[in-house]
Design a protein around this ligand. Structure first.
Ligand SMILES: O=P(O)(O)OC[C@H]1O[C@](O)(CO)[C@@H](O)[C@@H]1O
Length: 565
């Protein structure tokens, strides 16, 4: 353990280090991308890093050798290598909550060799694998039909009730890897929204006798998830009049609080646990990944873990100048803090990665959207950029206009799989699917070229409407194939990028105090809106906008209930 928690803070503030000053000076004469490529015809090969099945091309970032060296010097000054060790060995890197962030332990093989960084606490890995085995047992019973609904019928549908980290990761992976589903005939659905709209739709066609619900919540206090779970329980009670049987046959709970699951009604044998040291947005590798395993099979889930573990080994062992997550982090910091680019687009050229941008929105912005240091002092520089995205080829027909000709500088990540559709070789539509894939690849490469070089990608134009300035930086993450292993590695690369950036910025990526106040205020408003407070007690202390809106809402609701009466 770290003896002195002060060593969690890096002594000199980020913006007062000598490398920060040097980088500021270098940014004043920041090179133009067209110029950088003219200077080094082999730049595309030089600014590139690979691991098994995954390549990061960052040659279209606006940096040269000198800038890169200074960025690496800055990472060293910020003690990144030591902080990486702290992460893997279970030091309390989440300082404000005084706990470790050991998501890497969730994907460490039980028999990991001595060269792998592991938690100092030797009880952790056996406990992780015990839960993984319990999960495998449940998956097997549900998939094989041993698990039955309350009337004895096999389970056909599973609904995951969870939000944020208890929803986005499983949703994203389940969608991305559908082609890798093993035999399972289970249909897996997701309901997250507090307004109940997904449930409204699902409950209108699901069969209660054959549907199993997973209540996924690290805290088991999240109102969004618990209100969905309460609705489901009310719905099930119409069909199953024995509560004990209903809980046993139709609910599984996944949480870090066994006690709260039990209080809600979930029997112990239907509970899967994880630990306070797993951050919600880093939890898909834990039992929170149950929907992934149910939809795709345990083998696929374990391959996902293996891919992430390979990225963990790379992150903890590769030198900083050839370390994919570190390079991703440094490019981001160069863009945000020195080139003053505060928007970041995530552009997967693959429909299977449709939910990847939303997953990263939480991972990056909930982690690094911070304005205080680990020590609690205010920060005087920018941290996480605004991040958003969409499947690239669709986004071309939506927001690329702004990327090419708008007034904002935007950095982008292109994500692409080199090979696709191998599984349908020999079928009638194979050639045409392959042609589509090639079209997709050419679009992806074309867009990063035009963003980088503007009109110079083809020919200069005098027409102002057709002027493309270029010089918008991007990286391309190229996967050989999108499969469970490469997706695991890709997700882990982003997780580690987030950590490396947080270390450099001096912030805590593992807490999220910024989401708490909204929850408190919503709870305060609820009685007034639901009519529990008498009209003349209405919340006059509120701002006039909230008062006027709640009055209007009450009037509309009153009017429609009068009409119905
Ligand atoms: O898994 P839980 O505890 O229900 O939390 C869901 C999500 O809510 C948040 O706490 C934000 O409110 C996220 O960090 C988390 O992923």
């Amino acid at each position: 353990m770290i003896s002195d928690t002060e060593s969690l803070y890096t002594s000199l503030p980020f913006d007062q280090s000598s490398s920060f000053k040097q980088l500021n000076t270098l940014a004043e004469a920041a090179p133009d991308l067209a110029e950088l490529f003219r200077q080094h015809p082999l730049r595309g090969q030089m600014f590139c890093s690979h691991i098994d099945g995954l390549t990061l091309d960052y040659s279209k970032q606006r940096l040269d050798d000198k800038i890169l060296k200074t960025l690496i010097q800055m990472a060293e000054e910020r003690q990144l290598p030591e902080k990486i060790k702290h992460l893997f060995t279970g030091q309390p890197v989440n300082h404000s909550e005084q706990r470790a962030a050991l998501h890497t332990a969730l994907r460490t093989p039980e028999q990991a060799g001595p060269d792998h960084l592991q938690p100092d606490d030797s009880r952790i890995l056996p406990e992780v694998h015990r839960q993984l085995d319990k999960m495998a047992g449940l998956v097997d019973r549900i998939q094989s039909g041993i698990w039955r609904g309350c009337t004895g019928r096999k389970i056909t549908d599973v609904v995951n009730l969870g939000v944020g980290g208890s929803d986005l990761g499983p949703l994203m992976v389940t969608h991305a890897l559908r082609e890798y589903a093993q035999t399972s005939a289970l249909k897996v659905h997701f309901a997250s929204t507090i307004d109940g709209s997904q449930l409204f739709e699902l409950l209108s066609h699901l069969n209660a006798e054959t549907t199993l619900f997973i209540v996924s919540s690290k805290s088991f206090t999240t109102i969004d998830t618990l209100s969905n779970a309460d609705t489901v329980r009310a719905w099930l009670r119409q069909f199953c009049h024995n509560d004990a049987l209903m809980y046993r046959c139709h609910f599984i709970g996944v949480s870090a609080s066994a006690e709260k699951m039990t209080q809600w009604g979930i029997p112990i044998e239907n509970q899967l646990h994880f630990w306070s040291w797993v951050g919600g947005r880093f939890s898909l590798w834990s039992a929170i990944g149950l929907p992934i395993a149910l939809a795709l099979g345990m083998k696929t889930f374990r391959a996902l873990l293996l891919g992430a573990h390979k990225m963990d080994c790379h992150f903890s062992q590769a030198p900083l100048d050839n370390n994919i997550p570190v390079l991703m982090a440094l490019c981001g910091i160069w863009n945000v803090n020195f080139l003053k680019i505060h928007a970041h687009a995530i552009l997967p050229y693959d429909g299977r990665l449709k939910f990847f941008p939303s997953y990263l929105e939480q991972l990056e912005m909930e982690s690094n959207g911070k304005s205080v240091l680990q020590s609690g002092e205010a920060i005087s520089y920018e941290t996480c950029p605004v991040l958003w995205g969409e499947v690239g080829a669709n986004a071309q027909h939506a927001f690329y206009q702004l990327l090419h000709q708008g007034t904002h500088a935007v950095a982008s990540d292109f994500i692409l799989a080199a090979r696709r559709y191998d599984s349908i070789q020999g079928s009638a539509h194979y050639a045409s699917m392959l042609a589509q894939h090639e079209l997709n690849i050419s679009n992806c490469l074309a867009q990063s070229r035009v963003l980088a070089f503007g009109n110079h990608a083809v020919e200069p134009s005098d027409n102002p409407y057709r002027h493309y300035p270029g010089n918008q930086p991007s990286s391309t993450l190229l996967l050989d194939h999108l499969n469970p292993e490469s997706l695991g590695a890709l997700i882990a690369a982003y997780e580690h990028k987030v950590y490396a950036q947080a270390v450099i910025w001096g912030i805590n990526p593992f807490d999220q105090w910024g989401v708490e106040l909204g929850k408190i205020v919503a709870l305060q408003l609820q009685p007034a809106l639901s009519g529990a407070v008498a009209e003349n007690d209405s919340p006059n202390h509120l701002d006039s906008s909230t008062q006027a809106l709640s009055r209007q809402i009450s009037q509309v609701r009153q009017l429609s209930s009068d009409k119905q009466a």
